[in-house]
Ligand binder design. Structure first.
Ligand code: MG
Length: 233
């Protein structure tokens, strides 16, 4: 982390897929399999432009880009069935459990803001119910009626910030954790700080809007954000 980062964070918002849970691999595997049925490939650059989007928006991006002979509705039906079969085995990513429990213990308000649907969240959380209960709220923009525009628009983070108890925190007091390029752009558009933990394959040109880029959440320095360190009791 660069030494010039100074922030006094009061609220923290987490992305879910590829950030809290190791589910991006599942989406990639299923989408690739579906695309290959049409004799096409799923380039990583295309995945970058889908990560963080609502499923319906990602489907449109893929179908349009690859000119697939399938409707958005068909894509969603087939892919949804395939991902659901795998989500129950989703694991937390390294450092996540320790960080969330630490922030919760220190009464730092935390939330999840995901492009996922609440149906998918239920399955992804099959073995992590107690973990997800530590969050003040979970916003699933896949089917949340208030979030009209998905990432990279700022709406999801602005609405998530407005749902904490009391006054909505000002954006510079909010820290967002993201793995996706579009999610980082959304946080930046909302005027919030963003820690990015990207896929190792991601070109660094996609990380420029992040306040800080980390290889792992385990590398986070809490005190740079004005948050209690792990040694604080
Ligand atoms: Mg993500």
């Amino acid at each position: 982390m660069s030494a010039n980062v100074k922030a006094n964070i009061t609220h923290v918002i987490f992305d879910m897929d590829g950030l809290l849970l190791d589910t991006e691999k599942i989406y990639e595997q299923v989408y690739r399999g579906l695309i290959e049925k049409y004799g096409k490939t799923y380039p990583f650059e295309l995945k970058v432009n889908c990560m963080g989007r609502k499923a319906s928006e990602a489907a449109k991006v893929i179908i349009d880009h690859l000119s697939l002979p399938i409707s958005i509705e068909e894509w969603l039906e087939v892919s949804q069935k395939a991902v659901l079969e795998k989500f129950a085995d989703a694991k937390l990513l390294p450092g996540v459990d320790k960080l969330i429990r630490h922030l919760h213990k220190h009464a730092i308000p935390i939330a999840v803001a995901t492009g996922s649907s609440s149906t998918n969240l239920k399955v992804k959380a099959t073995h992590h119910g107690e973990f997800f209960s530590l969050f003040h709220h979970i916003l699933c923009s896949g089917d949340d009626p208030e979030v009209k525009r998905g990432k990279p628009n700022p709406d999801i983070f602005q609405i998530a910030a407005s749902r904490f108890n009391g006054e909505t925190p000002s954006p510079e007091k909010v820290l967002v954790f993201e793995d996706s390029f579009l999610g980082v752009e959304a946080a930046k558009a909302a005027g919030m700080h963003c820690v990015m933990v990207p896929d190792t394959r991601l070109d660094r040109k996609y990380t420029k809007s992040a306040t800080v880029v980390l290889d792992s959440i385990e590398d986070l320095c809490l005190t740079d954000w004005g948050l209690p360190s792990f040694t604080d009791t």
